[in-house]
Ligand binder design. Structure first.
Ligand code: ATP
Ligand code: MG
Ligand code: MG
Length: 554
């Protein structure tokens, strides 16, 4: 599925290429901060950055934006590389870390000081905020704003050397405390953080702010178009100020697009981390998580995620996408690809009394009616089978076409059976066995006398079945916009029924050898995949990827 982005970003690129603003080819980057696992929102950014580069015969870098050591870890770096590759994108040899530029960034800061465009400020964080003013009120200049270049150079070097306490001093750009844009009111460029960095260790105790590091990292890498999300729109004047004030070779251009929001989903890394840390989910790759690793474990394919990203497109204003569209994308793919099998999740024993004891027949059934090349397989049938508890009703309502006393139903691909009697548990009254007769002339499922049997149900031969665990997933939240209401804790909106574990499901025997990642359609139930974490050879655990019912309104 080749994705062509014709959108406002491509228009901007066309304009820049025509005007000769940049020397070389289009060059983008995907710049994750390694402070968590990638989620479906990042997938949108990945598809966009790599997609835009590819369709303009350009390049896309992977850059770790690792300038805040307090939250960053190598585990995240590895998971991010893995997820980007899995999604189908390749940065070749263009893997970078903003932390590789710490020396250069320091030199740039020194340059700003020498130009009289940056100063060391001793105000506390609270004071800086207070002095900044508001949208309706101009800011107030810091009393340290007019320090001499020499004093600033000396103090900044001593900040670097670790002579001062965290929070006691920062380096700020000297721009305009009366600017209508708050980001231009002498923004902080460097802060003291006596924190070990996952790559540079203890070499640094001052770290650059995003607004300083990002434009310069872009420029160092010759990024032409720095695509980011809308919340950075009013940082753009600062982005440009830095690249215009300093003598840099590439004046990268920042372009903003709307971030992805999904119904029933939280996408903030802070909240996702909280879900993991507090054990509300089993980990970053819990199949209910909107992370790439969670979606993968759930049974989503890279193709389905790329297709989703292509369908949502890119826009300049924020909106929320219906999660049903994401489900639609995987359903559509699996409908074409997934092998159909029979599994009984909540088994009810059915004895076919007129079927000879010890007799076994095999029925040949198609693997996928949507795919003529998918072939067939043999499914064993015998006197005792399992059907779903739901497919039997002792006192059926009108138009109940499944199994009921005196009523016939077709066993998929096998015979028509009729319910003759039931056996109940003496104590609980619960039906524990259904006794049926079968019509020997209905082999394959059609009656010889032309009588109509409306219902067809799935089944598994008891003596051939093996038991497996199946996990049914639902949305992690009950609210369509979890966390949207500031007065409600998003954890209170967790769906208590987001995971249902069924331990004694009866599976068609061929499924025993299913391998992690294999995908199936369980007839009438949904699409399922073999869990990649908890499955063992010969003992697969199945995750429901998505139900069969498509709620996406086209
Ligand atoms: P958070 O705010 O949850 O920490 P982030 O935006 O800081 O997320 P980064 O790792 O910095 O996370 O994101 C890397 C890239 O992915 C950035 O360019 C960012 O704009 C983009 N991105 C992050 N979330 C989304 C989203 N929901 N939709 C589209 N792009 C996103
Ligand atoms: Mg962040
Ligand atoms: Mg970020």
């Amino acid at each position: 599925n080749k994705v062509v982005y014709s959108n406002f970003i491509q228009d901007i690129i066309d304009e820049d290429m025509k005007s000769g603003r940049f020397e070389g080819a289009v060059h983008t980057r995907f710049p994750p901060e390694p402070n968590g696992y990638l989620h479906i929102g990042h997938a949108k950014s990945i598809c966009l950055n790599f997609g835009i580069a590819a369709q303009n015969k350009g390049l896309c870098n992977l850059r770790f934006d690792d300038t805040n050591p307090s939250k960053e870890e190598d585990e995240y770096v590895e998971s991010i590389k893995n997820d980007v590759k899995w999604l189908g994108f390749d940065w070749d040899d263009r893997l970078y870390y903003a932390s590789d530029y710490f020396d250069q960034l320091y030199e740039y800061a020194v340059q700003l000081i020498k130009m009289g465009k940056a100063y060391v400020c001793d105000l506390s964080a609270d004071q800086i905020r207070e002095y900044r003013g508001t949208l309706t009120e101009p800011g107030k200049e810091s009393p340290y704003r007019n320090r001499s270049v020499e004093e600033n150079l000396d103090l900044f070097e001593r900040m670097k050397n670790g002579e001062f306490e965290e929070g006691s001093r920062v380096l700020r750009a000297k721009i305009d405390m009366a600017s209508p844009n708050l980001n231009m009111r002498d923004p902080v460029l460097y802060r003291i953080m006596k924190v070990r960095h996952h790559r540079t260790g203890d070499k640094w105790c001052i770290y650059p702010m995003y607004d300083f590091a990002h434009p310069l990292s872009d420029s160092i890498e010759n990024i032409t178009h720095s695509i980011c999300t809308l919340e950075f729109e009013d940082h753009r004047p600062l982005y440009n100020w830095i690249l215009e004030t300093l003598d840099v070779k590439c004046k990268s251009r920042q372009v903003e697009f709307a971030r992805l929001n999904l119904t029933y989903t939280v996408m903030s890394k802070r909240k996702l981390l909280q879900l993991v840390k507090e054990g509300h989910v089993s980990g970053w790759d819990d199949p209910r998580m909107p992370t790439i690793s969670g979606l993968r474990r759930r049974g989503y394919t890279p193709e389905s995620i790329r297709e989703f990203c292509a369908r949502i497109g890119v826009a300049k204003s924020n909106s929320t996408v219906d999660i049903a569209l994401l489900e639609h994308c995987i359903r559509e793919e699996l409908n074409l690809k997934a092998t159909r099998v029979m599994a009984v999740l909540r088994p009810l024993k059915v004895v076919i009394d007129n079927y000879e004891e010890g007799r076994v027949e095999e029925f040949e059934v198609p693997n996928n009616p949507e795919d003529p090349n998918a072939g067939t397989r043999k499914v064993p049938f015998s006197r005792v089978i399992y059907i779903e508890q739901d497919d039997f009703c002792e006192n059926p309502p009108k138009k109940y076409f499944r199994l009921a006393p005196g009523q016939e139903v077709r066993l998929k691909g096998a015979y028509i059976i009729k319910c003759e009697s039931v056996v109940k548990d003496e104590k609980t009254g619960e039906i524990i066995e259904v006794h049926c007769s079968y019509d020997p002339d209905s082999r394959g499922g059609s009656s010889s006398d032309g009588r109509k049997v409306k219902g067809t149900i799935h089944w598994v031969s008891a003596q051939h079945a093996f038991e497996a665990e199946v996990r049914l997933y639902d949305y992690l939240f009950t609210d369509p916009n979890p966390g949207a209401d500031e007065n409600v804790d998003f954890l209170e909106q967790l769906n208590p029924k987001s995971l249902e574990v069924l331990k004694n499901c009866k599976m068609e025997p061929g499924l025993k050898d299913a391998k992690p990642g294999d995908m199936f359609q369980f007839l009438r139930l949904g699409y399922f995949c073999v869990d990649s974490v908890d499955s063992k050879p010969g003992a697969p655990v199945f995750n429901r990827t998505v139900t069969l019912k498509d709620t996406w309104a086209k």
